[in-house]
Design a protein around this ligand. Structure first.
Ligand code: ATP
Length: 361
């Protein structure tokens, strides 16, 4: 069981600049006073009472911490320490300085499949390790695939954000409707029992995007995206996949499979000829094929734009909630908290579908 230290994090770490933000967390660079080492502090608000939808459940956080303790692997972010105050938990994590993999790739002029595969292999190794411990990530998407150091000749992948991750116990039937529409597996949408295979679907989607700059199931609305996933409405459009090897398409086809039991596992992926070629012809094919950089850059620019739009939307929302709370400062504190959960009446950007029914089993 992970220890949540009751001490004040600021007694041990100097809090620095913001590195990123999520729905419930703000991540800041922190400086360890005793050693001078830099880390990433993930500051998470804890839900104060059951009627509030703001903040995270403490048990959910315990699961995130417990999982991070279990999965120590070179391609997974490391957890150093956990602090807890009345309203907040701070995870002290390894500082990942290389930014997102997709941003790193989008800056390149061109990229061979063989170079893209080096990254895919690391992602699969990290994931395979988690899966061997019966842990699923359940939120694989470009934002959660980072690089430890972008100037290294072979940058190292780090998987982050285990906020939706789940450890399967024997006989456990786990259902969840959380995730990001573009990347979720059909069984998430249809509320069937989940397994680590749901991550493998997301790997199929991520590989598809990486090679073509197209998101296979993306519709004009979230509903349309979810429908496309259910009916498996995707194709390798010739104008986007003209530079792609047949092995890469085969790799994707073996992941975008409706039946989770029929999908390739991470271990099987690592043995697929696209990742681990056996013949010289296979090696040559990977070196002749490249990713559709023009389309990929466009995809990434749109993705970044959507992320900043969502961030502005959330900030505005928080300002409004804050004003609402101030205006009602005489009200009962419990009532005030419940009233601040007025989110559902408004339309949300796509990514806010995440964690709406967080980790419901
Ligand atoms: P989400 O709402 O997407 O689930 P979250 O609230 O769980 O997000 P994270 O995704 O873990 O939070 O972190 C938010 C952002 O902070 C990341 O997208 C990334 O930019 C940055 N970040 C997270 N962990 C680290 C780290 N260890 N080192 C550097 N930056 C990090």
């Amino acid at each position: 069981m992970a220890v949540f230290k009751p001490e004040n994090v600021e007694d041990f770490y100097e809090i620095g600049e913001v590195l990123g933000s999520g729905h419930f967390a703000q991540v800041r660079k922190v400086h360890e006073r005793a050693t001078g080492t830099y880390w990433a502090g993930k500051f998470l608000k804890i839900r104060k009472n059951t009627c509030s939808r703001l903040g995270l459940d403490r048990t959910r956080l315990e699961e995130e911490v417990d999982i991070l303790h279990t999965i120590q692997h070179p391609n997974i972010v490391t957890l150093k320490d956990v602090f807890e105050s009345r309203a907040e938990v701070v995870l002290v994590l390894e500082l990942v300085t290389g930014g997102e993999l997709f941003d790193f790739i989008a800056e390149k002029e061109n990229l061979l499949e063989s170079e893209a595969i080096e990254f895919m292999e690391q992602i699969l190794k990290g994931l395979g390790f988690m899966h061997s411990k019966n842990i699923a990530h359940f939120d694989l998407k470009p934002e959660n695939i980072m690089l430890s150091d972008r100037v290294a000749p072979h940058p190292n992948i780090k998987l982050i954000d285990f906020g939706l991750a789940h450890r399967f116990q024997q006989g456990d039937e786990y259902r969840s409707s959380s995730g990001t529409p573009q990347y979720i597996a059909p069984e998430v949408i249809t509320s069937e029992p989940l397994s680590t295979a749901a991550d493998m679907w997301s790997i199929g989607v991520i590989t598809f995007i990486l090679l073509s700059g197209l998101s296979p199931f993306q519709g004009d609305t979230d509903d349309e995206t979810l429908r496309n996933i259910i009916i498996m409405n995707y194709e390798f459009a010739a104008q986007y996949f003209s530079m792609t090897s047949s092995m890469a398409k085969d790799f994707i086809q073996k992941l975008l499979v409706k039946d989770p039991n029929e999908r390739m596992t991470a271990e099987e992926c690592l043995l697929h000829p696209w990742i681990k070629p056996i013949t010289r012809t296979q090696v040559a094919k990977r070196n002749r094929s490249s990713i559709n950089m023009k389309s990929f850059k466009k995809f990434n620019a749109r993705r970044k734009w959507k992320m900043s739009y969502n961030m502005v939307w959330m900030c505005n929302r928080l300002v409004r909630l804050n004003l609402l709370c101030k205006g009602r400062s005489e009200a009962d504190p419990l009532e005030r908290q419940c009233e601040s959960d007025v989110e559902d009446g408004e339309s949300k950007p796509a990514s806010l579908l995440r964690r709406r029914l967080s980790s419901s089993s």
